[in-house]
Ligand binder design. Structure first.
Ligand code: GMT
Length: 376
């Protein structure tokens, strides 16, 4: 497994997938430049290989691609790996292709699988400065998966590739993400029984976190409430400024990066995801598993997860008024809230890791059977 070890969803999915496959008896090797946050327990058939880079004075930025390719070649050779699965196409699909070619030159063939996650296609990848390379690398992967139908469609639309793309949805560990009693925490955040709205992300522009604050401002005028913002990233400073400008600092809590997201979701009444782009919305699925209805935008694959009127409400991107009105409606109608909470939980069960793992196993087997051993 090659992935980004940051707090993003692709790293989370890669790590949880590897851990889940290891439980089924597979031997899993993670290769990346830092230990992924969720790779934090010992399991005898999981291995982690860190990519170390030289800080030679000539480099302003060390050539990560070269160091990563070299590490992959080394691990595949010496650990006898059967398959190389890379998450997030940029630059991992290109690196996988290069590693495959180098290994082939040495007489070993390792089929590659690329999982497309989101902005590797819809934002970063489709940028004209790199799009040709990304398209080529996707075409040359032995197997390609996308985390939603919407992302599959976008990949064909932006890159014009011919490659078959299999949709394998993201998944959730329902043993971990489940509603638990965290009353003490709820009391600390909302001492007078205020309703609690939650947002988690990496605070990039594309997440439109400022919309969460604007939605909250409307809701807060009608319903005693608090907003919890979990995560960190480039927009945090602007968001803090906006809270100050609106005089909402007492009502909005920035919790920073957190590992135990499920404990925060356990006290949530509504989850906000107003994203400008979102191929799937793993954070929404995590909320739904914890029985928190989702107020979201309608972009990308979100509607493949959050069902309008059933598990939450969906509005056009930037329609803060409607998102606020839906949140107010949800939080002021106990019967509706109860129904949506139950539905959200039921919908999350459809994405249970136990159901998705066999899909990846079947896909690997297919790739191994069909791999063409003469890479051009
Ligand atoms: O594209 C990103 O924002 C980063 C990416 C990641 O690597 O964290 O997130 C994407 O992949 C997640 C896991 O598959 C999806 O749940 C997110 O919806 C998707 N984000 C976007 O499309 C913006």
């Amino acid at each position: 497994m090659v992935c980004y070890p940051t707090y993003g969803g692709s790293g989370v999915i890669a790590t949880e997938l590897g851990k889940g496959l290891a439980k089924l008896g597979h031997q899993i090797h993670f290769i990346t430049y830092k230990q992924p946050p969720r790779l934090n327990t010992f399991q005898e058939n999981i291995f982690y290989h860190e990519v170390l880079m030289s800080d030679y004075p000539l480099f302003e930025h060390a050539p990560y691609d070269t160091y990563l390719t070299s590490k992959i070649v080394d691990v595949v050779k010496h650990e006898q790996l059967d398959i190389l699965h890379v998450h997030y196409a940029v630059p991992h699909a290109t690196i996988a292709y290069l590693a495959k070619k180098i290994l082939l030159y040495e007489g070993r063939y390792v089929p590659t699988v690329t999982t497309l996650h989101g902005t590797d296609i819809t934002l970063v990848g489709k940028d004209r400065s790199i799009a040709d390379v990304v398209a080529f690398a996707i075409e040359k992967s032995d197997g390609v998966t996308a985390v939603s139908n919407s992302l599959k469609k976008d990949t064909y639309a932006y890159f014009g590739v011919q490659k078959d793309i299999e949709v394998i949805y993201n998944f959730i560990d329902l043993e971990r993400f489940t509603k638990t009693n965290k009353d003490h925490f709820k009391k600390a955040i909302a001492p007078n029984g205020e309703k609690i709205m939650v947002h988690t992300s990496n605070f990039r522009k594309v997440k439109r976190v400022e919309d969460c604050i604007l939605i909250f401002k409307e809701v807060n005028q009608r319903i005693p409430s608090k907003l919890i913002l979990v995560g960190d990233g480039p927009e945090r400073r602007n968001l803090e400024d906006l809270c100050r400008e609106l005089g909402l600092c007492q009502e909005i809590r920035f919790l920073g990066k957190q590992d135990a997201i499920e404990e925060i979701l356990a006290i949530g009444d509504a989850f906000l995801m107003p994203s400008g782009k979102e191929s799937f919305g793993l954070a929404a699925l995590e909320a739904m598993a914890c029985e928190v209805p989702v107020i979201s935008s309608d972009v990308g694959g979100i509607s493949e997860v959050n069902v309008h009127g059933e598990t939450g409400f969906i509005s056009k991107v930037g329609n803060v008024e409607e998102m606020a009105a839906n949140t107010i409606r949800l939080l002021s109608d106990e019967k509706l809230h109860g129904d949506l909470k139950r539905n959200a939980f039921a919908r999350a069960q459809e994405f249970d890791i136990e159901k998705i793992l066999p899909q990846y196993e079947a896909f690997y087997n297919k790739v191994l059977e069909e791999a063409v051993y003469d890479v051009a």
